[in-house]
Design a protein. Structure first.
Length: 755
């Protein structure tokens, strides 16, 4: 069915995929339309192809699958069209001059002989280029989108394709449709495979098999692996593509020969890497060796005297502090070695050790840098030590190139970090690529100290760096086991250690730790709503407000997934008051006062502090903040993240969501006064001990597990999770052998929850 009319009010537009909700004014009346435009133009005439549908909330609307822009005819219509600002470089004044000059031929002149526009006052070469580009894109996309739809690419996908490939879109896709799965968000391998079939690409073609190999390796990297055993890779690709193992092996050899993949063999077991991970793993291993074997700055003082002096310094500002034998040994290890690791669970005194080390190094007039993978972890580090701390990215002075879409660090081997000592907390969160950048910037002679809990969930990115370093036994490591007296009375600390050791909590009701039995999802939700709505003080003697409460869920899907819980909790914690602003962006709704979280790294996002005292770029996955202001007409909102103010607009809304409930993975590196954890029947890969352990250790004063106690038992008993194939452990283990020379090892399986 076709509908033709002029585009009226644009209610919503997502610039990334072009999805638009608007009003179409026709001769028979006005009605709501929904679909994807490359660039919706108010006042422009369109011919839409689609059907009338019933939206569950908004009623009848015309859902279109394709469109054609209808050029206006007659001077009045052309003037109206150009005056609406639909063509970049043409405003109302210029539009009038153009129509006065060229009359009904105005649009023809713009399209076919644009150089004639230079005769119009106010239009120079720069303006002409802008006008030609804008007008050309609009006409060009209309033609390209029709051809893309014929091979199975929907309008919303076509918008993304055109924004990346422009006029070459059709040629690029026909040449290799599988590139869509790599470049276009929302198009996966299966979709690209169907498009390829429409284009007549054979099932056993090399381009299809090579894309399948890349897809499988990237999928494993997304789940944490830096490599795959060759036989497993070949078998999985052959099964998924329904082709012979022999054809997959042939394509694999071609890719290795071309340098796109790296092949290695350990103890007769061949393994395959994506090029970047192979060399990053090599660089990390060699850098650790370089730093470990360098000559450090000498410490000309008795260690015992240094430790005693640091204890006295801490006592001057805090409660009585006396380091245990275990902590003293940890300090000695850090003073004696260029690289050292301190690992242990909550309440084992890692922060006290960091405080002691900072004071010792300052006394020795050695410069110290404190860093952590996330902003929240860095802030906690700063509060605990009284010394400045920052994210690893900021310490390395990251620079993002929009043109090349690459991340570079200002600090590297040619411009290394200047400090004598670098202490990095929450090291379990550091993935292989970030570790590569960090070690590259550490100069010889620097003391490098990692602290963290190796039993928590590993990094979101590929690699198992902290565990691999520890289990290789190449890096000097102290594992703290003693729980200090002030922490022994905490149900959170006591029970988190029991969980980590595979034991059911001894005390499930008291001292800040509670398991509240509920039999179904609805009961769990009602309890969470009640606690977040003000019952914590009454039920658990918790003094605080809703901002102190964090719901941590294992999953993003289902009734107990983070998105669904956020919608429910927003109405409980921050309901819309009469006269207040509310911003609807697709399925998301934001209000002033909402707790929100950044969902992925955005290195080019601009921020400022109050009164523009300072400005900068970069917000990161997991950063949390509060909505301070909303501009409905501009479709933007102002968010405060600690001392930074960020304006969200346009496609930045794809990177932010409500954060009353977040996944356990997203909570890494953070602590919250009160944590509520739903326990129900989640997918097996999420029902793991170290996921539960990580969630429980996020709570500072109160942890409530709401749900089926049997599910809690299942999670504690399940000390297995997603396998991670990594080679760093064996690379480090081989460091002292004559065989080492870049030969990678393979860690065949590293189960979540194992040390």
């Amino acid at each position: 069915m076709q509908q033709e009319g002029k585009l009226g009010k644009v209610i919503f537009n997502n610039p990334e995929n072009g999805y638009t909700v608007a009003i179409l004014d026709t001769e028979d009346g006005s009605f709501r339309i929904a679909g994807s435009f490359a660039e919706p133009k108010t006042g422009a005439a369109y011919r839409l192809e689609g059907d009338f549908t019933i939206h569950p909330k908004y009623g009848e609307q015309f859902s279109f699958k394709s469109y054609e822009e209808v050029m206006p005819e007659g001077e009045d219509a052309i003037l109206e069209f150009l005056s609406a600002g639909n063509i970049r470089g043409i405003g109302a004044k210029t539009a009038k001059l153009l129509v006065e000059t060229f009359g009904e031929e105005t649009l023809t002149v713009i399209e076919e002989t644009p150089e004639k526009l230079l005769s119009v006052s106010g239009i120079g070469p720069k303006s002409l280029a802008k006008i030609s580009e804008s007008f050309g894109e609009s006409r060009e996309f209309a033609a390209v989108s029709i051809e893309l739809r014929e091979i199975g690419i929907e309008m919303s996908e076509a918008v993304r394709v055109y924004k990346i490939y422009g006029s070459d879109s059709l040629g690029v896709v026909k040449d290799n449709p599988y590139i869509l799965a790599e470049d276009i968000r929302g198009i996966n391998f299966d979709k690209a495979d169907k498009i390829a079939a429409r284009l007549g690409i054979e099932a056993d073609s090399s381009v299809r098999i090579e894309s399948g190999i890349r897809f499988r390796l990237r999928a494993w990297a997304a789940s944490g692996s830096t490599l795959m055993p060759e036989n497993r890779l070949v078998e999985e690709v052959a099964q998924v593509l329904d082709v012979s193992i022999e054809r997959v092996r042939e394509s694999l050899k071609d890719m290795v020969f071309a340098g796109e993949l790296e092949e290695d063999e350990i103890d007769g077991l061949p393994v395959i890497y994506l090029y970047g991970y192979y060399h990053a793993e090599q660089r990390v291993a060699h850098a650790l060796r370089r730093i470990k074997e360098a000559v450090p700055k000498a410490i000309n003082a008795e260690f015992d005297h240094l430790i005693e002096g640091a204890e006295e310094s801490i006592r001057a500002f805090e409660m009585s502090v006396s380091l245990s034998a275990e902590q003293i040994e940890a300090v000695r290890v850090c003073l004696n070695n260029n690289i050292s690791i301190i690992t242990g669970g909550p309440g084992t005194g890692k922060t006290t050790i960091i405080n002691t080390l900072v004071r010792i190094f300052k006394f020795l007039d050695m410069s110290v840098a404190l860093a952590a993978p996330t902003g929240r972890a860095a802030k906690r580090m700063e509060e605990a030590t009284g010394e400045p701390a920052m994210t690893i990215h900021r310490m390395l002075e990251f620079v993002w190139s929009d043109d090349e879409e690459t991340l570079n660090f200002g600090r590297d081997d040619e411009n290394p970090l200047e400090q004598d000592v670098i202490i990095v907390d929450e090291a379990s969160m550091i993935d292989l690529m970030l570790m590569d950048g960090l070690l590259n910037a550490v100069k010889d002679g620097t003391r490098l100290i990692f602290t963290g809990d190796a039993d928590q969930l590993p990094s979101v990115g590929a690699g198992n760096v902290l565990r691999d370093m520890i289990s290789s036994e190449y890096i000097s490591t102290i594992r703290l086991k003693e729980i200090f007296r002030q922490s022994e009375d905490s149900g959170i600390v006591t029970n988190s250690h029991l969980i980590n050791h595979g034991e059911y909590p001894e005390q499930v009701s008291g001292n800040g730790f509670y398991i509240i039995g509920k039999s179904g999802e609805e009961e769990i939700i009602e309890s969470i709503k009640s606690y977040c709505g003000g019952r914590l003080e009454e039920a658990f003697d918790f003094i605080g407000d809703a901002s102190d409460i964090q719901v941590l869920t294992p999953t993003k899907r289902g009734v107990l997934g983070a998105p669904n819980l956020n919608g429910i909790l927003q109405e409980v914690i921050n309901p819309l008051e009469e006269g207040e602003a509310e911003l609807k962006i697709g399925a998301k709704t934001f209000r002033i006062g909402d707790k929100v979280m950044q969902l992925r790294n955005n290195y080019s996002a601009e921020w400022r502090t109050d009164y523009f005292k300072s400005e900068g770029e970069g917000i990161f996955n997991g950063d949390m903040g509060t909505v301070e202001d909303i501009n409905v007409s501009d479709k933007s909102m102002l968010v405060r993240m600690d001392d930074k103010l960020i304006t969200y607009e346009g496609d930045m809304f794809d990177e932010v969501d409500l954060a009353y409930a977040v996944t356990v993975h997203k909570s890494q590196g953070s602590e919250f006064p009160a944590v509520i954890i739903p326990a129900y029947s989640f997918p097996p890969m999420l029902m793991t001990r170290n996921l539960l352990y990580t969630a429980v250790t996020r709570g500072k004063r109160l942890v409530i597990i709401v749900g089926d106690p049997r599910r809690v038992n299942q999670m504690i008993a399940n000390n297995r999770g997603d396998e991670r194939y990594t080679g760093l452990k064996e690379r480090l283990s081989d460091m002292d052998s004559d065989a080492f020379g870049g030969m990678p090892g393979i860690r065949q399986e590293v189960w979540y929850g194992q040390g």
